[in-house]
Design a protein around this ligand. Sequence first.
Ligand SMILES: [Zn+2]
Ligand SMILES: [Zn+2]
Length: 298
Amino acid sequence: MMETQPQVNMNMAQKIAKISQMKTAFPAYREILDFFEPVLRERMRYKSKMLKTIARPVINDAGVFDKLQNGVPLIDKSGMQFDEKIMAAHLRVLLGILHSRTHEVADCVADILKKEHYTMFANTSETHHAPASMIRTGSWDILDFLTKEILNPVLEIYAESYHPLLSKAGWENGYCPMCGEPPMMALIAGENGKRFLICGACATRWPFPRTVCPFCGNDDQRQLSYLFMENDNKYRIEVCDVCRQYLKAVDLGDMSLPVDIEVENIITLHLDMIAMETGYTHPVYAGVPEHRLGESLH
Ligand SMILES: [Zn+2]
Ligand SMILES: [Zn+2]
């Protein structure tokens, strides 16, 4: 049985308030947060439009339990539905936001979209990364950003249909029970410091032991450590020396305040840099050519 979970997803008003608070607290991230704010508003609009077009998956309890028990994520990515018109409109809006920040890159993307079909973004649902054919543009991170802004809200819609069942069944794996992606961050919460892993793609969170590496399953404590701690131990980088991968964690202590993991992820980008400079990688960024942590987005 899964336990009560901390609140990690804020509503829109809470998110916007949190963003403006963070702009003051973390001036180094002001620009990226300025960029993120309209993206977030548009994402919410896109998601609510998509929500009306997607048929809720038929959920067969026995089938779901069976999959979860066998470590099979619930969402069939190849069967995801996209309303092409809504998707294309959303892409145009995102391009407008990008264009206001970086003309060169947005022009380049607009050019691709003229030549190729919008559904190419939907076709990336299985790999969850921009396809290699896009790399020729040299702006892979922009395309990856667009890919994820198209896919993730739809993944969230599917994941939300399954959430009630997840809370009844168990899941002991280090990848997302809904979409199979590796966790983006960890959250430590409650009096006993329970660890939850958070999927950056579909926003699902699930409990996972603190003493195990979610990426390779290593549980040898001598090979697991914290690379860095900051801000009264609120933020840390958990590292595994077996697979050389890291996961950022935010420790909520006994606070009952809601936290937004996406905002937390942005204001801790410097921790990703520290981890990578120290020689650790994160699977979400693996395979990203010359990963620049969204450098060209801001
Ligand atoms: Zn997921
Ligand atoms: Zn590991």
